[in-house]
Design a protein around this ligand. Sequence first.
Ligand code: CA2
Length: 149
Amino acid sequence: MKKVLVLNGPNLNLLGTREPSQYGTATLQDVEGMCRAAGERLGFEVECFQSNWEGALIDKIHEYGRLYKEGAAHGCVFNPGAFTHTSVALHDAIKGVDGLPVIECHISNVHARESFRHHSYVSPAAAGIVIGFGVDGYVLALEGLARKC
Ligand code: CA2
């Protein structure tokens, strides 16, 4: 069974504990459970990883780039958190793994928020983008990846 990485960036470990009007009440553990259940339905083995460190996210993308080349991974659903708006390094990491489909996912509609959230360094490197569907967006992104088989 091919692997799919559900990757979450900075502060997403706080999901469900604060700002429920923006991000809802589901915790990261709830989201990861939803993703694993969707993976079972779609025929993927879902691995979940969250880090507040940019380099750890980059290392994980590189690992999945290697797995993708070996035919052992199908893609990645990635919520880069605030690094979305700052990180050329994440853009380069996704471009650098060459081929691994990365679906960028945001819980909130970033375009309806502050202007500094309107630009994404990740979007030009992403295979698809899911924005503003709350935590259901992770499942929608996994379904999108399944259709890219
Ligand atoms: O809407 C999204 O998914 C974001 O990626 C979330 C990031 C934000 O910086 C992006 O602009 C949009 C923030 C994640 C922080 O999550 C928290 C959740 C609960 C309490 C505090 C932070």
